[in-house]
Design a binder for this molecule. Structure first.
Ligand SMILES: [Zn+2]
Length: 175
């Protein structure tokens, strides 16, 4: 279905039915995927009409929780090329409106907004309690299992370098 040209009738259907009807209903009616309906709605700028509504709960939620306007959110989203700041993918989890927006990630101590993340990545850094030592250790842990992988090799050579350096320093101390 991906790549199939949209007929004028289909475009009018999306404009007339989205988002009052969820992406899944519109997708079903047109025999298209939810993602294609979502991206078409984005291209038709229907998101702005929908979420730009100051009375929409999403706008109120942004203001209340993050002191952020929908324009701030959209600016950040554009800066991130409409994808998660960690995995570089679009959100795939859904709610009653269709595919969710990327979550606003913020520093829980200072309240500063760090970026927009997909649900999975938000959960990942939440599980690590934002501790970058834990997250870095996870990278090393995974890379060590794949010494032939380009990244694994890079990590491996860095580790070897630092242990050589460490060895030199140890011998200096010994002298
Ligand atoms: Zn992500």
């Amino acid at each position: 279905m991906a790549g199939k040209c949209w007929t004028k009738g289909e475009l009018e259907y999306v404009e007339g039915h989205w988002p009052d009807e969820g992406s899944s209903e519109v997708a079903r009616a047109l025999s298209r995927t939810m993602i294609s309906v979502q991206s078409k709605a984005k291209k038709l700028n229907l998101h702005r009409n929908y979420f730009g509504d100051k009375n929409h709960p999403y706008s109120a939620n942004l203001r209340r929780r993050y002191n952020m306007t929908i324009e701030d959110y959209d600016r950040l989203l554009e800066e991130q090329n409409y994808v998660c700041a960690i995995c570089g993918q679009e959100e795939t989890s859904t709610n009653q409106y269709g595919i969710k927006r990327l979550c606003v990630d913020y520093d829980h101590r200072t309240g500063a907004i760090r970026g927009l993340l997909c649900m999975q990545c938000n959960m990942m850094i939440g599980s690590a309690k934002d501790n970058y030592v834990v997250l870095t250790n996870a990278v090393y842990y995974l890379a060590r299992q794949k010494p032939n992988d380009a990244f694994g090799a890079l990590i491996g050579s860095r580790e070897a370098q630092s242990s050589r350096k460490q060895g030199k320093e140890d011998s200096k101390v010994g002298v």
